[in-house]
Design a protein around this ligand. Structure first.
Ligand code: ZN
Length: 159
């Protein structure tokens, strides 16, 4: 069966940045599953997976515009140090902030005595993503999975 809209695709993958450093991998962990066409994964990878079938292995390079977008300078901002009640605050740390839109991931850019510079861009914004992918399984999605827009493998069970 070929990966197409409303199939559930399971892949093993390794993600590297342009310098070859591994950013994420399913190696040594479970492969990931997603509903094709539901936007569970970045658009560029979804596009590459369309039409692939079980056993296919491929490498692909995905530009920021088809991944997490360009890095936006307007999403970098400073706050007073006392607004971030975290001990041992260091550049590179990731913080979760609660906003009206839900949980927002913030990366600490720099820490000064009285202020902290935060970056609300996705940590992979502006990065070209280099994926090595092996397709493990392609199956039809169930009606529930299509309705929810995500797979129901494993432990998940809900209305
Ligand atoms: Zn669900």
């Amino acid at each position: 069966m070929d990966a197409a809209k409303n199939t559930v695709v399971t892949i093993d993958y390794t993600l590297r940045d342009d310098s070859g450093e591994v950013l994420d991998t399913s190696e040594g962990r479970e492969p990931i599953s997603f509903v094709q066409g539901a936007g569970n994964i970045v658009p560029g990878l979804e596009k590459e997976i369309e039409g692939k079938s079980e056993g296919d292995a491929f490498a692909t390079k995905i530009e920021p515009k088809d991944a997490y977008g360009d890095h936006r300078d307007d999403l970098v901002f400073s706050v007073n140090r006392d607004q971030v009640p975290v001990e041992d605050l260091k550049a590179g740390m990731q913080l979760q902030a609660r906003t009206e839109q839900g949980t927002q991931l913030l990366v600490v850019k720099s820490v000064a005595e009285e202020s902290v510079e935060l970056d609300a861009n996705h940590p992979l914004a502006g990065q070209t993503l280099n994926f090595d992918v092996t397709v493990r399984e392609v199956r039809e999605a169930t009606e529930d999975e299509i309705e929810h827009g995500h797979p129901h493998d494993g432990s998940e069970s809900h209305e």
